[in-house]
Design a protein around this ligand. Structure first.
Ligand code: F6P
Length: 417
């Protein structure tokens, strides 16, 4: 299921408004978030009004899910919001997440210090949270909020974990709640490792698909992978698992890893090229010129005859992504197309650009996922030569044309280096 979505972040609207009001000598302190501070309240409500106006405009041209990202921690505010949204014929789901775990709070504040555009220190965030807690009213499924659709996720310091789900009225709502429940929403930062398999015999022969073994250089990469991870601070006592596809080349790449768990997923198998499986791009262009062009024109939607499109792959990897949301310290060894989809998910790359991202062989990718959708990428090169399997638009040759600056999506990964 693919749904169009857009985030409307109240903090962004509040910052925009305040930036125009404050000069360099004044700035917002934590008391701004005290509900008795009328001036602060007015500015925050105004930020909501502006976000709602933009959201309304967005819904005029889009069907989908808008995410109103702000704190709605009192009943009266939620009532106001619900009425405003219903006037726009928008039916909301409220999402509440609660924890009284002080260690988690510390972790979250430290992550905010690193990535929040507010650029404040520990004391500020601690004080801001205290101000919120003073007036905080949890969602109430028994009284005046019994008709609201909401999910309330609780993770307490004593180990209790619970979710309360209220009034789910549609398939889409249940899908959203399922997704939210799978998010490791209170873990503020996690690390995910990605790698393509080592160079395969088919890669050398410029053939796509198939189930070939690693080339000699591919095997060298497999042997070096444990060392690369160690150099990045991974130590063998860390609990780390590797997920591979069920194909020979990813399993061979994982064979020297000192992990307890190596899990093969069929969902991580390479995009199925159907009738074209085992062919080179040149052969495809010669035999199926119309298909070849059609794929270049809309690579995300194009489905190989008897095979898959990138869109199909995105849907197929959904269970892997759900599991990944719950985990940290996972190394995924998979294939060019599948890695593009996973990478695009974390890096927020638009769908039409994702099939054109360059993900080179023999390179370990470290993704540090942080709040505010920020993701730090490090590329760790193994320095073992490999062919390029990248095909530019409009040609059947493989290998990147570094002089072609017009292909901006190709450079997305390289830019983060
Ligand atoms: O060439 C390696 C490969 O993994 C093929 O097996 C697969 O068909 C291809 O990459 C996917 O890349 P693209 O979508 O750019 O053709």
């Amino acid at each position: 299921m693919m749904i169009n979505s857009k985030i409307f972040n109240i903090g962004d609207y509040r910052r925009k408004q305040l930036d125009s009001q404050l000069d360099e000598f004044t700035s917002v302190d934590a008391d701004f978030y005290n509900f008795e501070n009328q001036e602060g309240l007015k500015i925050r409500l105004n930020a909501y009004e502006n976000a709602l106006k933009d959201m309304e405009k967005w819904f005029l041209n889009n069907e989908g899910v808008a995410i109103l990202d702000g704190t709605s921690s009192t009943r009266s505010h939620r009532k106001w919001l619900l009425e405003r949204l219903r006037r726009l014929h928008i039916e909301p789901i409220f999402i509440e997440s609660f924890s009284d775990d002080k260690d988690l709070e510390k972790l979250n504040i430290n992550a905010l210090i690193k990535s929040s555009p507010d650029k404040k220190d520990f004391d500020f965030y601690e004080e801001k949270i205290k101000n919120y807690i003073k007036f905080y009213e949890s969602m109430n499924e028994y009284n005046d909020e019994k008709d609201y659709t909401f999910v309330k996720l609780m993770k307490k310091a004593d180990g209790m974990e619970q979710a309360v789900i209220n009034k789910v009225q549609s398939y889409l709502e249940s899908k959203i709640i399922f997704y939210v429940m799978n998010l490791n929403y209170l873990n503020p930062s996690k690390v995910i490792w990605l790698s393509r398999h080592g160079e395969s015999v088919y890669n050398v022969e410029k053939k796509i698909g198939g189930d070939s073994k690693l080339s000699e250089r591919g095997l060298l990469y497999a042997k070096k992978l444990p060392q690369l991870l160690k150099e990045q601070g991974f130590d063998e006592n860390n609990q780390m698992s590797a997920w591979t596809s069920t194909l020979v080349r990813t399993n061979e790449t994982a064979q020297f890893l000192p992990f307890d768990q190596i899990l093969p997923w069929r969902a991580l198998n390479e995009l199925d090229a159907g009738l074209c499986d085992g062919m080179t791009y040149e052969e495809i262009e010669e035999k199926y010129p119309e298909d070849f062009k059609e794929r270049d024109d809309d690579k995300f939607e194009y489905r190989y005859k008897g095979g898959e499109s990138y869109k199909d792959v995105v849907l197929r990897v959904e269970p892997v992504m759900m599991e990944l949301e719950r985990q940290s310290n996972v190394l995924i060894i998979t294939h060019q197309a599948v890695l593009r989809c996973i990478y695009a998910y974390f890096m927020n790359i638009p769908q039409d650009q994702s099939p054109w991202v360059a993900i080179p062989l023999h390179t370990l990718i470290k993704l540090e996922v942080r709040p505010y959708g920020a993701c730090k990428v490090s590329l760790i090169k193994a320095n073992i030569p490999a062919v390029s399997t990248y095909k530019e638009k409009g040609t059947s040759n493989v290998g990147e044309d570094v002089s072609n600056k017009s292909n901006s999506s190709r450079s997305l990964l390289a830019d983060t280096n």
